[in-house]
Design a protein around this ligand. Sequence first.
Ligand SMILES: [Fe+2]
Length: 222
Amino acid sequence: MDEREARRAKARELRRFEAEPTPLLTLPGSPDMALFSPFGPMIARTTVAPGLVAQLNRYVDTRVTPGVAGEFHLPGPVVLEGGDASLLRVTEALIRRYVASLHGMPPRSVQVEVFWSVSQPAGSPSPVHFHSSDISGVLYLKVPDIQDPAREEEKTYISNRQAGFINFMIGGRQAFARSVVSFKPVVGEFYIFPGWLLHGAEPFKGLGERRSLAFNATVQTE
Ligand SMILES: [Fe+2]
């Protein structure tokens, strides 16, 4: 490798830590003010085909006792069902896109270690945690009917909202900074994020099941 090539390789290596200097929003006024919030982990949200959600629910339905909280690993045949449209292949492709967008190049390898299903009836929380993996994610398979959703949505994670949102957090309360983001689960939506990122789900008040599917993946990059 000559000197110029080595310099380019080094720049590529470092580029993954550098955010785009793109404003989050621009406040109109005189003069305009551009607001940047470039730091921190990336959370991706995408969707999967309704057919895949239905296929996974058909299997999970056979394993879940209504009204009882529980989780279990998905067996290989369920993960592989559907060939190129299977849960495994779809997830691997999404992880590749996520990593490539951050690093400017696709990962050398992606290996999903495990998928597991989590069923939560009303009142069951998912305490704040991180994963042991490089990349993790969560796909929503069922969402409950929230009791008095308008009232719940007036509240926040910190003010005890009981609506089953997923909350990602980094650090504590920090002045002039944001440290919590909450997403309302929607069936078919798939979040992908670094495994080290703290997250948890509030319990909910209402009827039905909050059903999610999580994964842990190992990723090797150049
Ligand atoms: Fe998790």
